[in-house]
Design a protein around this ligand. Structure first.
Ligand code: SF4
Length: 74
């Protein structure tokens, strides 16, 4: 499998998304549309929810297409 992760981040969290892994189950867009919205560009906007909300939805992704790293406060 080709890993083509693309990163979306702010100073609190980095979210990575792999198009080739995504099975379009839509758990992310149904779960947190403010962050995961295919009608906006970039389609992932990590500023629109709390870190906890984003992490909770990423854990629902069935394909492994979404990963995250929580950044340590400076
Ligand atoms: S939840 Fe995962 S598999 Fe489903 S659309 Fe989002 S990234 Fe793709």
């Amino acid at each position: 499998m080709i890993d083509d992760f693309k990163a979306y981040s702010n100073d609190q969290i980095e979210v990575r998304y792999s198009k080739s892994r995504c099975t379009h189950a839509a758990e992310c867009v149904k779960g947190l549309r403010a962050v995961f919205n295919v009608r906006q560009r970039p389609w992932i906007n990590v500023d629109n929810a709390s870190v906890d909300e984003i992490v909770e939805v990423i854990h629902r992704c069935p394909s492994g297409a979404l990963e995250y790293t929580i950044k340590k406060p400076k």
